[in-house]
Design a protein around this ligand. Structure first.
Ligand SMILES: *Cc1c(COP(=O)(O)O)cnc(C)c1O
Length: 369
């Protein structure tokens, strides 16, 4: 990261903008030696639960665990099938396969690159237990259409909201639509900790109570373990950092929107052939990533790199093409929209502290003009 003039994300700039608040919060945890769960984690659960608009939030060690815990709490297990997308980070599918369940991939929409709700029903079998829509790049999937199919077939819905802190679908956030939503607070996410952290947001109190025990060795009381759980607890320092950052999240998301708007305008005039990921009208996006599809990605990446501009690719290999999931037997051509996206998407630098004035320059470098 350090060698780029314009990095993909700039976590240091964000830290410096709130240094005093963060340093004070971290010092408080160290002073109290409340290193695992404890008061800060409980405080964060209340505050993030309120932010999402749900009854309960359960903090855990990372976003992958959050998704796995949520699915398990709803009864997903060995032999079940879970419908999701292959155009996502591998963690989405890992959480499913870790439970002994099978990820079943459906294609995405060409405009938004989000789950194509119209493809879900055709993927349902008698083994299907749940659907995991992924709110990729910071905007929410069509929750009305997905919930309608889920309801018709009696399926659970767990939203993967690792990239969508604060995003809404018709005014409501992830976790209020499905049975639960999993969030990741990996440092580079819109709400990022200083290490790994995650949480589940849900209105299902029973599931939340189960997850709160499952993440902490199935513990009921100090020496009483109701069932064999696991260790997926949130650190006190992460919780304290997240509580500080949560107070800034909306303002940061607004700054991201301004950057995204500047990119859109620059692309429209300088590079009309680039396809920008479409914005969903029923939702409001939080622009975790700014993604464009281009014909010759390698050339674009090389031009950016040569000018000290860091770009990313989210994601170059669809999950059904990964060695990890080849055993599912999906051939090349099985998910045409997904495969085309994997070949063409490119992520431009975006973070709240990025000067919008630089967007025009990034776009002209990408365009090679
Ligand atoms: C980051 C991410 C995850 C996993 O979160 P971790 O905290 O890294 O375990 C899951 N799904 C998506 C879409 C992500 O972007």
């Amino acid at each position: 990261m350090g060698s780029y003039r314009i990095p993909l994300v700039d976590l240091r700039a964000q830290y410096l903008s709130i240094k005093e608040e963060i340093d004070e919060a971290v010092a408080r945890v160290v002073e109290h030696t409340a290193f695992v769960l404890g008061e800060e984690a409980e405080g964060f659960e209340v505050e993030f639960g309120q932010y999402c608009g749900v009854k309960r939030c359960v903090a855990c060690a990372n976003g992958t665990d959050a998704l796995e815990l949520a699915l398990e709490s709803l009864g997903v297990g060995a032999g079940d099938e879970v419908i999701t997308v292959a155009h996502t980070f591998i963690a989405t599918a890992e959480a499913i396969s870790s439970l002994g369940a099978k990820p079943v991939f459906v294609d995405i929409r060409p405009d938004t690159l989000l789950m194509d709700a119209a493809k879900v029903e055709g993927a349902i079998t008698e083994k299907t237990k749940a659907i995991v829509p992924v709110h990729l790049y910071g905007q929410m999937c069509d929750m009305d259409a997905i919930l309608a199919v889920a309801k018709k077939h009696g399926l659970r819905v767990v939203e993967d909201a690792a990239q969508a802190h604060g995003a809404t679908w018709r005014g409501r956030r992830a976790g209020t639509w499905g049975d639960a939503a999993s969030y990741s607070f990996y440092p580079g996410k819109n709400l990022g900790a200083f290490g790994d952290a995650g949480a589940v947001a849900t209105n299902n109190v029973e599931a939340a109570n189960w997850m709160a025990r499952a993440r902490n060795h199935g513990r009921l009381t100090k020496y009483e373990h109701e069932f064999p759980g696991r260790n997926s607890r949130m650190d006190g320092i992460q919780a304290a950092v997240l509580r500080v950052k949560l107070r800034h999240l909306d303002e940061w998301n607004r700054a991201r929107s301004a950057v995204a708007m500047a990119y859109r305008e620059a692309l429209q005039s300088a590079m009309p052939e680039a396809q920008v990921v479409g914005e969903v009208v029923e939702g409001s996006a939080v622009h975790h990533l700014f993604v464009v599809s281009v014909q010759d990605r390698e050339a674009g990446l090389a031009r950016l790199r040569a000018q000290g501009i860091e770009a990313g690719v989210h994601y170059p290999v669809a999950l059904h093409q990964q060695p990890a999931y080849r055993a599912l037997g999906l051939q090349l051509g099985a998910l045409p929209v997904t495969e085309l996206a994997a070949a063409r998407v490119l992520s431009l630098p975006i973070y709240p502290e990025l000067n919008e004035g630089l967007c025009g320059e990034v776009v002209s470098v990408l365009a090679g003009r």
